[in-house]
Design a protein around this ligand. Structure first.
Ligand code: PRP
Ligand code: URA
Length: 209
């Protein structure tokens, strides 16, 4: 079964508190999503492998650590996942970026696919799939399946707020994908919104409502 990591860092908790407030405007909301993206990436990369490398400082030769092994890619689920990309890239500037377009049918809550463009060598990369919200889990499950169908093998899923229902479904569907969560909320309401949540993440990032 996959690992589920819920962040307990005070800065993450504070910033999530700010974006939950209904009076937080588009600009502050967007900035906070990006900052939380930085912090979640920091926490979600704690297990990356390091290797020893010989270098020379201005003073002497020494051995330093550098990231070993696979290269990384970040793949946001459009639209709201876009808000986290800048934050991930601030931590991992060399990561390639792919995009997956999915939206939930508002009545059935089923994910509808409309776009997928990923770096060619994603099958050789560790891929971070990002979306601020994990609600029913339908979008994350479909996105990860789209990537598996294209040969991607190593993925982790990073989100800001998750509902227990979505975490359970995602774990069942993709037991090989670890899940990193900023805050684990209480439940989903009858419209498939996370409670207490923050409302519609895409609308709040882009100011579309
Ligand atoms: C939101 C969110 C997730 C999805 C989560 O996107 O960004 O992708 O809902 O819900 P789920 O876990 O029940 O699938 P939305 O469908 O509102 O699309 P948008 O980002 O284009 O607004
Ligand atoms: N998508 C959102 O943006 N918010 C929710 O609460 C659930 C799905």
């Amino acid at each position: 079964m996959s690992k589920v990591v819920v962040m307990d860092h005070p800065l993450i908790q504070h910033k999530i508190g700010v974006i939950r407030k209904k009076e937080t405007g588009t600009r502050e909301f967007r900035d906070m999503i990006s900052e939380i993206g930085v912090l979640i990436t920091y926490e979600a990369t704690k297990d990356l492998k390091l290797q020893d490398v010989e270098i020379e400082t201005p003073i002497c030769k020494t051995t330093v650590k550098e990231l070993a092994g696979k290269k990384l890619a970040v793949i946001p689920i459009l639209r709201a996942g876009l808000g986290m990309v800048e934050g991930v890239l601030a931590m991992i500037p060399s990561a390639k970026v792919g995009h997956i377009g999915l939206y939930r049918n508002e009545e059935t809550l089923e994910p509808i696919e409309y776009y997928c463009k990923i770096p060619k060598d994603c099958d050789e990369r560790d891929v971070f799939v990002v979306d601020p919200m994990l609600a029913t889990g339908g979008s994350a499950i479909a996105a990860i399946q789209m990537l598996k169908n294209r040969g991607v093998k190593n993925m982790r899923f990073l989100c800001i707020i998750a509902a227990p229902e979505g975490v359970k479904k995602l774990q069942e569907a993709h037991p090989d994908v670890d899940i990193y969560i900023g805050a684990l909320d209480d439940h989903l309401n009858e419209n498939g919104y996370i409670v207490p949540g923050l409302g519609d993440a895409g609308d709040r990032i882009f100011g579309t409502k």
